[in-house]
Design a protein around this ligand. Structure first.
Ligand code: ZN
Ligand code: ZN
Length: 313
């Protein structure tokens, strides 16, 4: 293990023994950590095409047989089994065993730089790819919640399209980070946010909203600012919900959820990062400090992503 990002899903696993995907049974004890990169230490019998010592990142391995896997949507594979850090022992350890289908080789990125891209980065990038056809020059997109995932969505948007990016957060520090990633407008979440966004689009609303919070107020904000034919992607698992009626959204607008991203999208994202177009804001901590870092995450004090590295690195 060369780097393991800490995720809110880990907190859910620690605090109430739930994990995503929900159908996976957690058998205790289990080592957490599903945002992993490192170097190959040894290969299992019959594994070809990889070298010992090679840097690599891990992603979700699909079954490889079903129609979704055939379409390249390994993240939506219905037969995917236990994954590293979600049922299988994960990356918060010096060594981790991974299925060969989960391996994505790295070129110039260090494992600690790549680790947060495999989950925080990939989930954000996948959400961006879902709405990218709408984001033509002159369009606008809102990113709600510019924390560990959202700040990478801002960077991915700036790297892949010419749309104006509006970042929304309750924390001034997070908005500063979003601005440093290229957000064109940063606005504090309050009663006037929807009005400000509508005002900035001459009342027309935006083509897309990426909601990385997923609570009732954030979904409500998305609904208020989306324009006809727009697309709201709710990535955050904040427990919010939306009532649907044919008049509840502008005509033609749609709302969707996501899970992770595909292996191909991870390769694209790593290519962006290796080309210097995207980088995760990372604070590094040694493996022995992991409990203290979890507490920091629980108190919402991490700006960007916390990545665990082996002691002495
Ligand atoms: Zn995660
Ligand atoms: Zn499959």
């Amino acid at each position: 293990m060369g780097g393991n990002g800490l995720c809110h899903s880990d907190l859910h696993a620690v605090d109430d023994l739930t994990c995503s995907p929900p159908h996976v049974d957690i058998q205790l004890p289990m080592t957490l950590g599903h945002e992993v990169a490192g170097w190959i230490e040894a290969l299992g019998p019959g594994v070809r095409g990889l070298d010992v010592g090679q840097p690599c990142a891990l992603t979700i391995a699909g079954c490889g047989q079903c129609i979704l896997c055939a379409q390249g949507w390994n993240n939506y594979c219905r037969s995917r089994g236990k994954q590293v850090g979600m049922g299988l022992d994960g990356g918060m350890a010096e060594y981790v065993v991974a299925p060969v289908g989960a391996i994505v080789p790295l070129r110039s990125l260090a494992p600690w730089q790549a680790a947060p891209l495999t989950d925080a980065g990939l989930s954000s990038y996948h959400a961006v790819k879902r709405v990218l056809p709408l984001l033509t020059p002159g369009s606008s997109v809102v990113v709600i919640g510019v924390g560990g995932l959202g700040h990478l969505a801002v960077a991915a948007l700036k790297a892949t399209c010419a749309a104006r990016v509006v970042a929304v957060d309750q924390r001034p520090q997070a908005l500063e980070l979003a601005t440093s990633m290229g957000a064109d407008i940063g606005t504090l979440a309050d009663d006037t946010t929807a009005w400000q966004i509508l005002d900035a689009t001459s009342g027309a609303g935006v083509q897309a909203v990426l909601d990385f919070v997923g609570v009732n107020p954030s979904i409500q904000l998305a609904r208020q600012v989306i324009r006809p034919l727009g697309h709201i992607v709710v990535v955050g698992r904040g427990g919010g919900s939306i009532d649907f009626s044919p008049h509840g959204l502008p005509y033609g607008a749609c709302i969707s959820s996501t899970f992770g991203g595909s292996k191909l999208e991870l390769m694209e994202l790593l290519a962006l990062a290796e080309g210097g177009r995207i980088a995760c804001h990372v604070e590094r901590h040694p493996l022995s400090q992991v409990d203290a870092v979890f507490d920091k995450l629980r108190r919402d004090e991490i700006i960007g992503r916390a990545v665990i590295v082996p002691d002495g690195h």
